[in-house]
Design a protein around this ligand. Structure first.
Ligand code: FES
Length: 149
């Protein structure tokens, strides 16, 4: 018998950066999306996957949001945003987690917990020293061009 309510659902960002070789080279983005589309929960229900446009935290690409099942939500589960979702082993861990119930129903695997983020995550500021270094290089280059010592 199928349990009542909705299963966990996934929102997989496929905007300007997530899922692109330009932002995350060396990742089989299409293959990963296919694998995510094949996930099933512990009751054998298909885990619906929706792709979305940019979720606004591109520096964390690839971003996946795990929505709780109805049962998980009743137990306090809320959507979990995961950034840096690029490794195949993370799909294995997500598969296990969703199979066990997902948000609100099962503990978050450590590998995913390390990558939890949010829609309000702020991009880390660039190191000022690095910026200064660039400026110094530019000045040095200009001096060289002008022939000044
Ligand atoms: S493209 Fe995924 S957060 Fe921007």
């Amino acid at each position: 018998m199928t349990p009542p309510g909705r299963p966990c659902r996934l929102v997989v960002c496929r905007g300007c950066c997530c899922g692109t070789a330009k932002k995350r080279p060396g990742v089989d983005h299409e293959g990963q999306l296919e694998r995510l589309r094949g996930l099933r929960d512990g009751d054998g229900r298909e885990v619906p996957v929706r792709t979305s446009t940019c979720l606004g935290i591109c520096f964390q690409a690839n971003v996946v949001v795990v929505q709780p099942s109805s049962a998980g939500r009743e137990r306090g589960g809320r959507p979990v945003w995961i950034g840096g979702f690029t490794e195949d082993r993370l799909i294995d861990d997500l598969d296990t987690w969703v199979h066990d119930g997902g948000p609100g129903a099962a503990p978050l695997p450590e590998s995913l917990a390390e990558r939890v983020t949010s829609k309000d995550a702020e991009k880390p500021k660039k190191d000022k020293k690095a910026k200064k270094g660039k400026k110094e290089k530019k000045e040095k280059k200009e001096k060289k061009k002008s022939g000044r010592p």
